[in-house]
Design a protein. Structure first.
Length: 90
């Protein structure tokens, strides 16, 4: 069905339309998982990688869960380093 303004079909989404569900939060979800892993194991590698991914998700991709991912990754980074210091001093 064409509109009166041209031959554009109606009912079709635009290319820039936001996607619903978890499809639009992929970087944020991966960053959250890396932040949690970094709390327990190798925080410099995993939590720092999660923090970088979360910042990319916030600045470039404008994902909704990016702020949560930044907080979780930062806590994983600092908390993992503190836990490593505690266990190393035992």
């Amino acid at each position: 069905m064409a509109t009166q303004y041209g031959d554009q079909p109606t009912g079709q989404g635009h290319h820039g339309a936001p996607r619903g569900g978890a499809e639009g939060n992929v970087f944020s979800i991966i960053a959250i998982i890396l932040g949690v892993i970094g709390l327990i194991f190798l925080p410099i590698v995993f939590a720092l990688g999660g923090l970088v991914m979360a910042i990319i998700a916030k600045a470039v991709r404008h994902e909704r869960l990016a702020t949560v991912a930044i907080v979780v990754s930062a806590v994983g980074l600092v908390g993992g380093m503190v836990l490593g210091l505690i266990f190393a001093s035992m």
